[in-house]
Design a protein around this ligand. Structure first.
Ligand SMILES: CCCCCCCCCC/C=C\CCCCCCCC(=O)SCCNC(=O)CCNC(=O)[C@H](O)C(C)(C)COP(=O)(O)OP(=O)(O)OC[C@H]1O[C@@H](n2cnc3c(N)ncnc32)[C@H](O)[C@@H]1OP(=O)(O)O
Ligand SMILES: Cc1cc2nc3c(=O)[nH]c(=O)nc-3n(C[C@H](O)[C@H](O)[C@H](O)COP(=O)(O)OP(=O)(O)OC[C@H]3O[C@@H](n4cnc5c(N)ncnc54)[C@H](O)[C@@H]3O)c2cc1C
Length: 674
């Protein structure tokens, strides 16, 4: 248990001092992030088993491996994990088997096993997600056992060379042939080549393929189909299939992201993924309740990404906070001992708001997950889909906001560790390169912001007519009666300040849209001409959601008073950090005055000072195992300098005193200059 470990494990004196006085029950916080005591226990058991298994160690640090070695090493571990979970009696005790594998790959532990991506990620994430969320019961009975056991490995292939964002522009076709009861999957152009899917290059034998459904010359839009790409046993690509890997990326280089082309590949009609839309044998198309239901896997993954980036921020803040307590630099008072860098207010301003952000993200992600589950329940019951626009807008807003906040936050954590933060052994560079693509995949963020803006403008117009509003925009109903100024600076006052700012921004942009329309501009062009403003208002609305959810989550919290108190402080910090960052917007909308901004800035300084003594305890409470952190700067013991030195010794260049390259290049140069 983390609390007990504190008593017995070695750590450097600086961290001992930090840990000596903790005002709250760390274990209670650990349980929040695990989703309950039982989950904490399960995770710890799992990590004890996984991290003591020599087969899951890397033979050399992955940074020193070639492209092929990295892929092979991660695939080896992923397959080993699958087999181990199926057979190891220790794991059966804690609910082993396929469900546990899925559980683990959708938890923070996957970042510990696979440090730079994992060839089976898309299999466990989106392929299984498509089977479970998009297939009929009959189809699930056929495909799920095969996918769960690893008999088939799949991925989700949607993006093409020519189109990622604009789904309706996909060029891959699935043309129904009623004579043979088959679909013909085809890539008509170079730009129709599927491009990017994880695990596609060399790993997957099957794929869910998004293709334009054509029946008797009519295009019914993008639909998902299951296509076999590689032969059983030999794994050779099948006739009509051209498949391979797309080459090195900024990060996630073990994912074998791939390309895929189809040359009139025939699949049975029943391989169309048919929970929502169907094609009958005679070619009749059965419409879904909503055309957007086939986008459901993307929505689920956007929810998953909110958690995933939260875990990445937990890792980065743990590393940077512990390092800030161990690192001494400069002088606060002339002639005095060099202080821990965490004593500098500017350093506190780097780490503490990011620790608070972890909580903010977690609570908002949890609410989003519940909305997702409610919509799923309604879909399965066949009841109305009223909440679908809410789910779409909120999942777009939170995925876009969190992926940006966390990527920026990790960058701040790296800078907060000075030069050592730039070392691969700090793990901050890899945490960064694994997180930044979340701003692009599963919907490029600007595009998602524009989807949110579309929802806001629609809702704003609905509110003016006194129409029904979705939960996240229920506050629009007051928009005509409210004065803009807020008078109290409490959390609920600040949330209200955000509401008023969104409404003020919407009013202005709606007016501009209207004006362009009156001047004869087509709506789409007017929209484009206003899109910078539209993105801005979407961002402020997203921040409003997160602040609102944080306050609401604490209002419901029933734990100990110590934890409650520290979370109240973190919530306050998150609110003031957000509002002061956005003060230009809140001032412009008239929600705040400059004097109020000054008061908030003063309070921010006081909060940083109040939370400073708890910083290390707060990140300890995330309970991240050293293997999850994988960092010279962030390990629990704080033995930073020995770890840095030992890691440097692993550089292959240090195997010999004088490398061959010296004799080849430098020596001739140096000799010629003698
Ligand atoms: C512990 C918890 C949970 C565990 C979960 C596990 C999940 C795994 C998590 C793993 C985490 C991390 C690993 C990630 C690995 C990376 C994988 C990356 C994979 C990919 O990138 S796959 C490809 C993704 N591609 C995209 O996202 C493309 C983006 N584009 C689109 O989504 C759409 O094209 C669009 C931009 C939304 C536009 O679509 P379209 O042109 O059709 O629509 P319009 O703009 O015309 O709007 C029409 C109308 O439809 C509404 N709408 C659009 N989309 C949806 C939707 N999904 N749902 C509901 N409604 C939708 C839109 O609002 C319009 O409505 P309106 O007319 O205004 O009423
Ligand atoms: C690491 C990684 C993993 C991936 N994994 C998968 C996977 O497993 N399966 C899969 O199918 N795909 C995958 N993708 C692809 C990913 O989903 C797309 O890259 C993403 O959806 C963005 O699409 P795009 O690349 O076409 O960008 P584009 O849409 O071409 O974006 C380029 C620029 O154009 C702008 N833009 C585009 N449209 C608009 C618009 N309507 N309004 C305003 N601006 C616009 C964008 O904001 C952006 O600035 C992955 C990508 C990455 C990086």
């Amino acid at each position: 248990m983390a609390g007990k470990q504190v008593q017995v494990r070695f750590c450097v004196p600086d961290l001992q001092k930090e840990r000596a006085n903790c005002s709250f029950n760390k274990e209670e916080i650990t349980n929040i992030f695990d989703g309950g005591e039982h989950n904490t226990e399960t995770r710890r058991k799992l990590q004890n088993i996984i991290f003591s298994d020599p087969n899951l160690q890397d033979p050399i640090p992955p940074d020193y491996m070639s492209h092929e070695q990295r892929y092979e090493n991660e695939l080896r571990k992923a397959v080993y994990v699958m087999k181990k979970f199926m057979t190891d009696p220790q794991l059966q005790d804690i609910g082993g088997g396929p469900e546990a594998i899925k559980w683990m790959y959708n938890s923070i532990l996957r970042h510990a096993i696979h440090k730079d991506g994992n060839p089976l990620m898309l299999h466990f994430g989106m392929f299984l997600g498509a089977i479970m969320g998009q297939m009929s019961e009959e189809q699930q009975a056929e495909w799920l056992p095969k996918a769960m056991s690893g008999e088939i490995i799949g991925t989700y292939t949607q993006t093409e060379l020519g189109h990622g964002t604009f789904l309706r522009g996909l060029e891959t076709t699935a043309t129904y042939d009623p004579v043979t009861d088959e679909f013909i999957i085809h890539s008509p152009t170079i730009t129709a080549t599927k491009w990017w899917p994880g695990g596609l290059g060399k790993t997957s034998s099957f794929a869910v393929v998004m293709a334009q459904l054509h029946i008797r010359g009519q295009n019914y839009g993008p639909h998902p189909f299951v296509v076999q790409l590689r032969e059983h046993v030999t794994h050779a690509s099948r006739p009509g299939i051209t498949v391979g890997e797309i080459g090195p990326r900024l990060g996630l280089n073990s994912n074998d992201n791939g390309f895929l082309r189809f040359d009139n590949v025939r699949i049975p009609r029943t391989n169309m993924v048919m929970k929502h839309s169907k094609v009958l044998k005679d070619g009749t198309y059965v419409k879904p309740k909503s055309a957007k239901l086939s986008y459901g896997v993307m929505v689920l993954t956007r929810v998953g990404i909110c958690y995933d980036v939260c875990w990445q921020l937990m890792r980065a803040t743990t590393i940077a906070t512990r390092y800030a307590a161990v690192r001494h630099q400069s002088e606060l008072e002339v002639g005095e001992a060099e202080p821990q860098i965490i004593e500098y207010q500017t350093q506190q301003y780097k780490v503490l708001p990011m620790i608070a952000s972890v909580y903010a993200i977690w609570f908002a992600a949890d609410t989003l997950r519940h909305t997702y589950m409610e919509v799923q329940k309604n879909i399965n019951k066949g009841s109305d889909l009223d909440l679908l626009p809410e789910l779409h807008a909120s999942s777009c807003a939170l995925k876009a906001l969190f992926s940006t906040d966390v990527t920026d936050g990790i960058s701040v954590m790296r800078l907060g560790c000075g030069g050592h933060g730039y070392l691969a052994s700090s793990n901050l560079p890899r945490i960064y390169t694994s997180t930044t693509p979340s701003q692009t995949y599963e919907g490029e963020n600007t595009v998602l912001w524009l989807q949110v803006a579309r929802f806001l403008i629609k809702s704003f117009r609905e509110a003016s007519k006194g129409g029904r509003l979705q939960p996240s925009v229920a506050y629009f109903k007051n928009h005509q009666t409210q004065t803009r100024r807020i008078t109290d600076l409490s959390n609920s006052g600040l949330v209200s300040g955000y509401e008023r700012s969104v409404l003020s921004m919407l009013e202005a942009v709606a007016k501009q849209l209207q004006q362009y329309s009156e001047e004869g501009m087509r709506y789409e062009h007017a929209w484009n001409a206003c899109s910078v403003r539209l993105v801005n208002v979407a961002k402020v609305h997203a921040r409003y959601i997160v602040c609102d959810q944080f306050v609401k989550a604490l209002a419901k919290y029933e734990g100990s008073s110590g934890v409650r108190q520290i979370m109240d402080q973190l919530c306050r910090l998150y609110m003031i950090y957000s509002v002061t960052n956005d003060q230009g917007i809140l001032l412009k909308s008239g929600a705040l005055t400059p004097d109020q901004c000054n008061l908030l800035e003063e309070e921010l300084g006081e909060l940083l000072a109040a939370l400073r003594p708890e910083a290390v305890n707060l990140v300890d409470a995330f309970d991240l195992h050293d293997e999850v952190l994988d960092s010279t700067l962030g390990a629990w013991d704080g033995d930073v300098y020995n770890r840095l030195y030992n890691e440097a010794m692993k550089s292959p260049l240090n195997k010999v005193d004088v490398p061959d390259a010296y004799y080849k290049y430098l020596q001739p140069l140096m000799k010629s200059n003698l």
